[in-house]
Design a binder for this molecule. Structure first.
Ligand SMILES: [Zn+2]
Ligand SMILES: [Zn+2]
Length: 269
């Protein structure tokens, strides 16, 4: 078995956003190792019927999901995680803080605790969670590695820390929060407290901050693709997010923008 696996070309991570932003986040990550596929579902921020529908549209059934990773307790991420994990008997990973924040519900034996820096081995995929500054109890984002290619998932953070940059070093592809355009947020009808929250150090990442991170990862490593994610419907446009990234990394890396409701197509990491 092991010998056969070495003959398979590496870099076989594919992923698809099933939806991105405040209306609900879910991303499927698929790794091919030999004849077997490993599927990780990152976040379940939809109703279970809607998630089933979007998985089916992606050519998948929920029972093909090998593990669920929940980044934090906000409703647009946790969604139907418990229902899905219990229904399909899928292990669901989250931090102890996230579990406490949702009131420690019964996951029917499927709960697995995750923490910063502790690798999770899913067979064909190694998941490495890392902490981010966001207004949740113990939020984690993650990288996925199949032995060759590294994919980073980074949504829901107020600012980029040295720890975040270090965790993402070596990523070929990044699903990256481009939440708002700073001028649009300033001019928006949001009440002042919400503007402060979204634009603050524990809120969401502005296009400019996302672009700066992409630029520094490009200079330092092997970044070759960025998918803008978690765009605000009120305070951003796909064009503004794309332009910000284009100015920072255009020509050197491919850029996609995930749609709030339809997400993205299947992409290779
Ligand atoms: Zn969110
Ligand atoms: Zn959040």
């Amino acid at each position: 078995m092991r010998q056969a696996r070495r003959l398979v070309p590496r870099g076989m991570i594919r992923f698809k956003s099933l939806g991105s932003g405040s209306s609900g986040n879910a991303t499927v990550i698929q790794a091919r190792g030999g004849a077997s596929l490993t599927h990780l579902l990152v976040d379940c921020g939809l109703g279970i019927r809607e998630l089933d529908k979007r998985l089916a549209a992606a050519g998948m059934m929920a029972d093909q999901v090998d593990a669920i990773f929940i980044t934090h307790e906000h409703g647009d991420h946790i969604g139907c995680a418990r229902q899905l994990a219990v229904r399909e008997r899928i292990p669901v990973y989250m931090s102890e803080g996230t579990y406490a924040a949702i009131g420690q519900p019964d996951f029917g034996g499927m709960l697995r605790l995750a923490c910063d820096g502790a690798a999770i081995d899913l067979g064909g995929l190694e998941v490495r969670p890392f902490t981010v500054p966001h207004d949740a109890r113990e939020p984690l984002q993650l990288t996925c590695h199949d032995g060759d290619t590294r994919l980073g998932v980074l949504t829901d953070l107020g600012h980029v820390t040295a720890h975040v940059e270090q965790a993402l070093a070596g990523c070929a592809t990044l699903l990256l929060e481009c939440n708002h355009d700073e001028a649009m947020l300033r001019a928006s009808t949001y009440p002042p407290f919400l503007k402060r929250r979204v634009g603050g150090a524990y809120g969401h990442l502005a296009n400019s901050a996302a672009a700066a991170l992409a630029q520094s990862l490009l200079a330092a490593g092997r970044l070759r693709q960025v998918v803008a994610a978690h765009l605000s419907e009120q305070n951003n446009t796909p064009e503004l997010a794309r332009t910000a990234l284009q100015q920072a990394i255009g020509g050197a890396a491919e850029i996609h923008v995930a749609d709030g409701r339809s997400g993205s197509g299947w992409l290779s990491a």
